[in-house]
Design a binder for this molecule. Structure first.
Ligand SMILES: Nc1nc2c(ncn2[C@@H]2O[C@H](COP(=O)(O)OP(=O)(O)OP(=O)(O)O)[C@@H](O)[C@H]2O)c(=O)[nH]1
Length: 230
């Protein structure tokens, strides 16, 4: 009897996450924080940038394309491409009610497009400016519930931990949703942009440990409420 060795590799899954939201809410800051753990303060505006990273799930590697959309608000609302993704991060600023209204419009658009069931993370940014908060948790919870999406609040300026945990949770949900729907392999055009190598020399490292005591408290409270580990 001969032993037959299978050389078949587990299929690699590709998925795309689009980051949407009003201008200046911190979409680029969040994407760059997730990919490099760093915050540089100023980011190029007016261009869609696609980044690629690999997430390791229990069933093997998952190639993740993150599209940081940067078109005008009215363009985002009408541009079909921005809704062509497996999952979405919809960003608003906790200090800006207009940006939250724009986030609601984006959620409506996502839910009325072909990706109506795609996992969505509603992300309030600029939590370090909590003293100037204009968007309150009760209304966010209601909108998140109406749209069946996860929600969290972060500060791209202060800490990467919640951003990383929230995005990993979104990716894990997306992988299991796609596997449930029986999609093992999906190929998408991807543009690789190694932001770490390109911008690494000008980044200033800032982590949870560097955060102020007040910020640490806020982060721990949100981590507890959202069941993340810091
Ligand atoms: N205080 C504070 N400022 C932030 C934070 N995140 C981003 N910013 C600032 O907000 C401004 C806009 O950030 P971007 O990441 O360029 O925002 P964007 O949504 O990508 O902007 P567009 O590409 O023009 O749509 C920059 O000056 C950032 O430094 C944050 O968590 N806290």
């Amino acid at each position: 009897m001969y032993k037959v060795r299978s050389k078949m590799k587990a299929a690699t899954m590709n998925l795309r996450i689009n980051v949407l939201g009003a201008r200046g809410v911190g979409k680029s800051a969040i994407a760059v924080r997730y990919l490099t753990k760093r915050f540089i303060g100023e980011y190029s505006s007016g261009l869609d940038i696609s980044y690629q990273t690999t997430y390791t799930s229990g069933d093997g590697p998952v190639k993740v394309d993150i599209l940081d959309t940067s078109c005008q608000d009215d363009c985002q609302a009408s541009c079909h491409d921005v809704y062509d993704a497996d999952a979405f991060v919809v960003v608003y600023s906790v200090t800006d009610t207009d940006s939250f209204a724009e986030a609601r419009r984006q959620l409506d658009n996502i839910r009325s497009q072909s990706q109506a069931c795609a996992p969505v993370l509603l992300m309030g940014n600029k939590l370090d400016l909590d003293h100037a908060r204009k968007v309150f948790p009760s209304e966010v919870e209601q909108v998140a519930e109406e749209n069946s999406c996860q929600h969290t609040e972060v500060s791209a300026a202060e800490c990467h931990v919640l951003i990383v945990n929230s995005l990993h949770s979104l990716i894990a949900d997306t992988v299991s949703a796609l596997r449930h729907r029986g999609r093992s392999v999906k190929r998408r055009r991807s543009l690789f942009e190694n932001v770490s190598r390109k911008l690494g020399s000008v980044f200033r490292r800032k982590s949870f440990d560097d955060s102020s005591p007040t910020m640490k408290k806020k982060i721990l409270r949100f981590a507890h409420n959202n069941r993340h580990s810091v």
